[in-house]
Design a protein around this ligand. Structure first.
Ligand code: NAD
Ligand code: IPM
Ligand code: MN
Length: 405
């Protein structure tokens, strides 16, 4: 299933420490990086195909292997995530580029549960990093907000909460039915995501405020046990990071503040479910799901990168999906594998495309998915070869800094 290796890599222009959660360089560059591609369902397939087109012009040396896990594959074979897949990905790949999973024909979302949640849990990808970065102020639905006002990162806990699917139902499909979904929070799990947030904040790219800010979002007033643990842990870890301004918001107020005053945030750290919901809101601040990227990360290990959006059955097969979130997702992946300059160039190309209005309909343009992909490739070719230092530019790499695995 291997596809050809791209052109030789340009040497990385920056030290790997720019990005805090990436691969260690000891996986020496003597071999090309290996990327597992899981396009998935619906528009996942369409947008991933576009993003992959950027690899060759970026000159990044990678080897890609496609995996077919999807609703169609499930109906053809009965397979969701096959035996051995976790170990294969963990041991033989540097990163995963993922489209989306979700198909109305699949009972109880078992493919998404086994593959997407299976990979998050099975590879222990405990950081879900979701930048909320406005590329162009015309994309923002809130009047008067500038690009500098909406430039923060949400770190969503990614291996606990109600997502662990502990619980069950009793007397199902009767009038007496009882259903329980447990919200799992462990000291270890809460501490490591909070520590990741503080670590990110203390790196050169962790925030635009001085001192850098970490805001923890919970609902401890209503959930004193689970979110009391978050509060106590947040305060304990804060003592190790005196140079960071720590603050706290309840999730209802945080939702309001995302809209009212997004400029107040650098890093937001929160639980799995709250992070899921808040990052769709964050996406809306920046123009919608068509431009929202994410990384599911275990520092130093094979990690999974995906757009925040789903399979969008309403758009699938129509050539209407915005591929920019997938390009920006590839940029996060490139940073993870130690290609910060390529990541930076790709972000510059996406920004140029948006500025020129060469977009799909969700952003007010008229282009198809493929035409928008073409526009990104043209913009890449038009960039000066030495286009700037990633360190110096605000968008995209702000959220990167240094963290042990
Ligand atoms: P969705 O993100 O697929 O779509 C929500 C809305 O945003 C739709 O109106 C859609 O047309 C629009 N949209 C999404 N991506 C777009 C893009 N790239 N360009 C333009 N418009 C875009 O969310 P949903 O409708 O709630 O879910 C559909 C399926 O996807 C469900 O099965 C859900 O569980 C699944 N899902 C999967 C993932 C994932 O795999 N990571 C994420 C979210 C939802
Ligand atoms: C996301 C998605 C998933 C989540 C679904 C598909 C389980 O909404 O990645 O944001 O809730 O994590
Ligand atoms: Mn979501």
């Amino acid at each position: 299933m291997n596809e050809p290796v791209n052109q030789p890599a340009t040497p990385p222009a920056l030290p790997a420490s720019v990005y805090p959660f990436g691969l260690r360089d000891d996986k020496s560059r003597s071999r090309p990086r290996r990327i597992a591609v899981i396009p998935g369902d619906g528009i996942g397939v369409e947008v991933v195909a576009q993003a992959l087109r950027a690899l060759a012009p970026l000159g990044v040396q990678v080897q890609t292997s496609h995996f077919p896990w999807s609703a169609d594959h499930y109906f053809a074979t009965g397979e969701t995530l096959p035996q051995g897949a976790l170990a294969d990905l963990r041991d033989n790949y540097d990163a995963i580029l993922f489209g989306a999973l979700g198909d109305p024909r699949v009972p109880e979302q078992i493919v998404a549960r086994d593959v997407l949640l299976g990979l998050r849990f099975g590879l222990d990808l405990y950081i879900n990093l979701r930048p909320v970065q406005l590329i162009d102020e015309r994309l923002c639905p809130i009047k008067g907000k500038r690009t500098a006002d909406i430039n923060f990162t949400v770190l969503r806990e990614n291996t606990e909460g109600p997502y662990v699917q502990m619980g069950g139902s009793f007397k199902r499909d009767t009038a007496d039915e009882v259903a329980i979904s447990e919200d799992l929070n462990t000291r270890r799990g809460v501490e490591r995501i909070i520590r990741a947030a503080y670590t990110l904040a203390t790196t050169p790219h962790g925030g635009t405020h001085s001192p850098p800010r970490v805001c923890m979002v919970d609902k401890a007033n209503a959930l004193p046990h689970a979110h009391g643990l978050w509060q106590r842990t947040f305060k304990a870890v804060a003592r190790e990071f005196p140079a960071v301004a720590a603050s706290h918001l309840y999730v209802d107020v945080a939702a309001m503040e995302f809209v009212r005053a997004p400029e107040r945030f650098d890093i937001v750290v929160t639980s799995n479910l709250f992070g899921d919901i808040l990052t769709d809101l964050g996406a809306a601040l920046c123009g919608g799901l068509g431009v929202a990227a994410s990384g599911n990360i275990h520092p130093g290990r094979c990690s999974l990168f995906e757009p925040v959006h789903g399979s969008a059955p309403d758009l699938a097969g129509k050539g209407l999906a915005n591929p920019l979130a997938a390009f920006l997702t590839l940029a996060l992946l490139l940073e993870h594998i130690g290609e910060p300059l390529a990541a930076h160039r790709l972000r510059l190309a996406v920004e140029a495309v948006v500025r020129a209005g060469r977009t799909t309909r969700d952003l007010g343009g008229e282009l198809s998915t493929t035409q928008c992909g073409d526009a990104v490739l043209h913009a890449l070719q038009a960039l000066p070869t030495h286009s700037a230092e990633p360190v110096a530019q605000p968008a995209g790499s702000k959220s990167q800094g240094g963290m042990p695995p």
